[in-house]
Design a protein around this ligand. Structure first.
Ligand SMILES: *Cc1c(COP(=O)(O)O)cnc(C)c1O
Length: 435
């Protein structure tokens, strides 16, 4: 059979190995060094760029920029995106007994660090335009938590899911009203822009991930974007076991071992050469899907809701109408779990129970199986955190949006290895699977 088409897989520029070789030549095989410094500079330059075309910017209200962090990013390279979320929350002072407002519709790395810190995640549902945190619901949820606990939540974790920027202005207004910092989870949104400004630079902290399936990779890694040198220094201090400035190891705070290795940073520096190409490719693939699904009854593709939003289209997502009949949907869930999510490297726990109370509609699963049979990887959308057994009983403010999206949605391949022919074939398989 032909090659398997994967959702998103790393693709090298070829320069990565030169930076790695240099690290070996100079004996910088440690979690600091010239590649770490260089990668941090590259990231800050990229995120701080303001060179977007005037015809796109002119319509946006620049006068509201004071709602956001000043555009002067300082970056700390870390061992993972999860570590970045963890450190951002720690630096916001999150600890036992605190509430943290978290977008429910996300990958678990947005919310698990809240639990690492002994705090309570309070889940907030999404709005249907961007699929991200609903600003009005956030405001209501904070008011209700303040009312019932007598304490203000310590932070708000906003996610740009699948690369689509959240409604940042509205969310920032709510955050400003309550004076609560935003941690922007831009792990999936490297290269995305909101009002011509790059995601990850809006909140007090911005999270990036360089896992193998993200927009660029360091094989595994992440970064935290900080608004000034002082906060960047604090993050680096926490990321290196919080060592005080003594000639011996003196500890006055709990720290973490979260710095990025100089070898991984070398991969990151090499990846910066293909970043623009990757983002352009993801957007190109999205446009092609949009053309092919145009007029296809019962299938709709997530798109930028207005010119303010410029997604990197990390993954391309379709919603499948519950009315749509797909071949084999009657027995879709009778098939034994062949391919647990998480890809080749994932370690999943063996389970005898392949079904849960909330799962994608049978027509979605049937379509996934049809694509899989043709060697194409697709995947249901993230299952909302408020529906996850591990978070049963945690407070959640829900409007039904993320659950409905989860039941109807499917992620399609979009990475640098996906060709135009692959996209046409995927659309063709979907079309021919519909009865
Ligand atoms: C990938 C991801 C992260 C960070 O993941 P790491 O694998 O730890 O780098 C955080 N949030 C979201 C939404 C993600 O998709």
């Amino acid at each position: 059979m032909a090659k398997r088409v994967l959702l998103c897989l790393a693709h090298m520029s070829g320069k990565e190995i030169e930076f790695i070789n240099q690290a070996f030549a100079d004996n910088w095989v440690v979690p600091l060094g010239p590649n770490v410094d260089g990668f941090e500079k590259d990231l800050a330059n990229y995120l701080g760029a303001t060179d977007c075309p005037a015809d796109r910017c002119s319509g946006f209200k620049r006068e509201n920029d004071e709602l956001f962090s000043p555009l002067d990013p300082h970056v700390a390279a870390l061992s993972s995106g999860t570590a970045a979320v963890h450190l951002a929350l720690a630096a916001c002072g999150v600890g036992p007994g605190n509430d943290v407002m978290v977008q429910s519709f996300t990958f678990c790395a947005s919310s698990h660090p809240v639990t690492y810190l002994g705090a309570t995640p309070v889940f907030v549902d999404s709005e249907p335009d961007t699929w991200n945190m609903d600003p009005a619901l956030l405001d209501m949820a904070i008011a209700d938590r303040v009312d019932s606990t007598g304490r203000k939540p310590k932070a708000i974790v906003v996610v740009h899911l699948y690369g689509m920027p959240a409604k940042l202005e509205q969310l920032a207004r709510v955050a400003a009203k309550w004076d609560i910092p935003i941690v922007e989870d831009a792990a999936e949104a490297f290269g995305s822009e909101y009002r011509c400004r790059r995601c990850g630079t809006f909140g007090r902290y911005g999270v990036l991930s360089f896992n193998g399936n993200k927009m660029i990779t360091t094989s595994g890694g992440g970064a935290l974007v900080c608004p000034d040198t002082e906060k960047q220094k604090e993050i680096m201090f926490l990321a290196t076991q919080a060592r005080e400035n003594y000639p011996y190891y003196q500890h006055e705070e709990i720290g973490y071992n979260y710095r990025m290795s100089n070898i991984c940073a070398g991969i990151g520096r090499g990846q910066m050469f293909v970043l623009d190409e990757h983002v352009a490719h993801h957007r190109h693939v999205h446009r092609l899907y949009a053309e092919l699904f145009e007029g296809m009854e019962g299938i709709s593709l997530l798109d930028n809701p207005s010119p303010e939003f410029d997604s990197n289209f990390w993954l391309c997502n379709i919603l499948i109408s519950p009315d749509l009949k797909v071949k084999g949907e009657e027995k879709a869930y009778a098939v034994k779990g062949d391919s647990p999510v998480g890809g080749v490297a994932a370690v999943t726990k063996a389970t005898t129970q392949l079904r849960s109370e909330c799962e994608p509609n049978a027509n979605v699963e049937a379509l996934r199986l049809a694509l899989d049979a043709e060697g194409i990887e697709s995947r249901p959308l993230w299952k909302p955190m408020h529906l996850q057994p591990v978070y049963a009983g945690k407070p959640a403010y829900v409007n039904g949006t993320s659950e409905s999206l989860f039941r109807r949605g499917l992620c399609l391949p979009a990475g640098p290895w996906v060709t135009d022919d692959d996209v046409r074939r995927i659309a063709e398989i979907i079309k021919s699977s519909i009865i």
